[in-house]
Design a binder for this molecule. Sequence first.
Ligand SMILES: Cc1cc2nc3c(=O)[nH]c(=O)nc-3n(C[C@H](O)[C@H](O)[C@H](O)COP(=O)(O)OP(=O)(O)OC[C@H]3O[C@@H](n4cnc5c(N)ncnc54)[C@H](O)[C@@H]3O)c2cc1C
Length: 221
Amino acid sequence: MPAPGSTERTRGRRIPENSVTETAALHHVLDAGLVAHVAVVDEIGQPFVLPVAYARRGEQVLFHGSTGSRLFRGLAAGQPTCLTVTLLDGLVLARSAFESSMNYRAVMVLGVATQLSGDDELDALACITEHLLPGRWLECRHPSAKERAATLTLALDLTECSVKIRTGDPDDDPADLVDPIYSRIWAGTVPLSESFGTPVRSDDCFADVEVPAYVARWRRS
Ligand SMILES: Cc1cc2nc3c(=O)[nH]c(=O)nc-3n(C[C@H](O)[C@H](O)[C@H](O)COP(=O)(O)OP(=O)(O)OC[C@H]3O[C@@H](n4cnc5c(N)ncnc54)[C@H](O)[C@@H]3O)c2cc1C
């Protein structure tokens, strides 16, 4: 598999020091995220960006939608796509608005998705469930034939991708650091992290059914 950022289309040009070429970083970001954004251009040329649940399986990203969705059908028919996953790690407060930024880990994947079927599709559905809700596939009811017929499951190969990661302090304009007024402005980072809250029982859930241990363990960072 080509390294992230190794093709002409994915080579980092602007602020290239934030571009990362290690496959391990690509996997790390994809495994830590929950939501991907998938782009598709419809039949009259209008671009749409769909937020979707996803999972990584080896060197593929898997996601699913409704067979009733014209945009998903377009992806299954071979419309080229661009999928991104973004993890926001913090706000970066520079002295100037211009240099203020965000710390993040981001992945972009280019390609054409393929529709999965049969046992491969069922395995992909299990992967997506387990990525979002580790342990749930063992307990939940699996999709019926009718539910499977309503589901379009796609795989996008990680053959053309890029990874950008920004960490650390603001990168201020050197003139601001010696300016008698601007140098006195507070500067730094405000970390941001994603975590699950305390599980809330649904109104129709029996009161004597305990929160499963695997749910109580869910954390994310
Ligand atoms: C949370 C967040 C907030 C951001 N806010 C801004 C903002 O307000 N303004 C701004 O200009 N930029 C912002 N960026 C950076 C932005 O995503 C682009 O990286 C940047 O605009 C450079 O785009 P470019 O096409 O000129 O880069 P180029 O270096 O020309 O892009 C070359 C290739 O690098 C890859 N690439 C580019 N950006 C990314 C990315 N984010 N993740 C993975 N691969 C990438 C693609 O494969 C692309 O084809 C933000 C990024 C994140 C993750």
